[in-house]
Design a protein around this ligand. Structure first.
Ligand code: PLP
Length: 423
């Protein structure tokens, strides 16, 4: 009989894979908490949540029941125009109760890229409607990742990801990667001065919005240098530029707070979320929209929407998932476990091939100096621990429910392979 792995290679094209040259797949079968099992019965500790989407951990029967009940009651109906449904309304109310100051409305989506497309379009529309149609420029940062759509990819500052697709959304302008070690002790001064200079060069009257992740995710789990975010926010406000925080990774507990914006003390004009909103049990996202955007866009028709926006099943699962994060105090847990993991990983920074060990809450990165990260990922996996290589970094974002013991095993295995990578 053909194995699942063989069948996979003959039938699927995976995201981020080489067409016509399929990799040997790891076929996963089930999960529970921070553990995963493949179809051969091998057990793995999940140090990544796959794509950092699963604060509550795998295999929650409670979320399966909520989804099943909602499907049986009302599986879906459009929320375009004047149609609505109870879970979508309740979810919006809940998100507003958790969101930072100034957030007043919610636009529900199916995922991260779609949320950023929505935020970018809404920022441009808001200025257009308010009498500044020339404000079309989006300021984005080198090393940032915002997704795979025409606009979200255009604002993604990782060159390899944009190559080969021809022209994307025009009017994206670039800022330096907000990475402390690349700019020295005056990194924040340098980055804020650069922001001011770029705004003067482009002309504030042409800039619609700035987009950035509170902590760079795909770019290597890089927190910005001390004091960066409030300074950036002040410059943007002073210049009438809307501030879009891409919190697709950082929201719902990962930084030790409901939102990374809370951790950094900022109040963005739009906060884009996805992933952790349902812990990935079903595709869902939400764009949280602030007062300034609503003032500019008030009265404009937003001719934008995807069929499954406001999906009642996604919204019901999101509500239950948020309930678990609150009930089990997972924000606090991310802080405690993040500190425990840092204690184990920080000594790696002494190794000659390790450039930096860094992170916030339970999202950590280890950056190598020229040494490839991929062998560390494969070595760990062979030893039953899933971590992710992203460029020259290993990035970690385990489920927030990971046990202390599992976290220690993960650290032991990872330290062994990072040390061996010195080659
Ligand atoms: N923004 C950030 C910060 C992300 O990490 C991701 C996905 O990893 C996205 C946007 C895109 O989200 P999605 O893959 O759900 O479209």
């Amino acid at each position: 009989m053909t194995s699942l792995a063989e069948l996979d290679k003959r039938t699927l094209i995976h995201p981020h894979s080489v067409v016509g040259a399929p990799a040997e797949p790891l076929v996963l079968d089930r999960g529970s908490g921070a553990l995963l099992w493949d179809t051969e019965g091998r057990e793995y500790i999940d140090g990544t949540c796959g794509l950092w989407q699963c604060p509550v951990g795998h295999g929650r029967a409670e979320l399966a029941s909520v989804a099943a009940e909602q499907i049986a009651r009302l599986e879906f109906f459009s929320s375009f125009g004047d149609y609505s449904n109870a879970p979508a309304i309740r979810l919006a109310e809940r998100l507003l109760s958790l969101a930072p100051n100034g957030i007043e409305r919610v636009f529900l989506t199916n995922g991260g890229s779609e949320g950023n497309e929505t935020a970018i379009k809404l920022a441009r529309l808001a200025h257009h409607h308010a009498g500044s149609p020339e404000r079309t420029v989006i300021l984005a940062r080198s090393g940032g990742y915002h997704g795979m759509g025409g606009g979200s990819l255009a604002a993604t500052g990782i060159d390899g990801l944009r190559a080969g697709f021809g022209p994307l959304l025009p009017d994206v302008e670039w800022l330096d990667k907000p990475h402390g070690i690349e700019h020295g002790p005056d990194a924040t001064e340098h980055l804020v001065a650069e922001l001011e200079r770029r705004i003067a060069e482009i002309g504030a009257h042409r800039i619609a919005a700035f987009i950035g992740e509170p902590v760079l995710g795909v770019g290597g789990m890089v927190p910005p240098p001390e004091g960066y975010w409030p300074r950036v926010q002040e410059v943007l406000r002073r210049n009438g530029i809307l501030f879009i925080a891409d919190e697709i990774v950082t929201a719902f507990g990962r930084t030790g707070h409901w939102f990374g914006s809370e951790y950094f003390g900022i109040e963005p004009d739009m906060i884009v979320t996805a992933k952790g909103i349902t812990s990935g049990y079903i595709p869902m996202g939400a764009v949280l929209i602030g007062r300034r955007v609503l003032e500019l866009a008030g009265g404009a028709t937003f001719l934008h929407g995807f069929t499954y926006n406001g999906h009642p099943v996604g919204a019901a699962v999101a509500l239950a998932n948020i309930g678990i994060i609150e009930r089990e105090n997972l924000c606090e847990r991310a802080r405690v476990l993040g500190a425990r993991l840092r204690t184990r990983l920080d000594p790696l920074a002494e190794l000659p091939h390790v450039r930096e060990v860094r992170g916030v809450g339970l999202m950590l990165g280890i950056e190598f100096d020229g040494t490839p990260a991929a062998p560390v990922q494969s070595g760990c996996r062979a030893d039953g621990v899933v971590v992710r290589a992203s460029g020259t970094s290993i990035v970690l974002s385990p489920p927030l429910v990971i046990t202390g013991e599992q976290l220690d095993t993960l650290a032991d295995v990872l330290c062994r392979h990072v040390t061996a990578a010195a080659g």
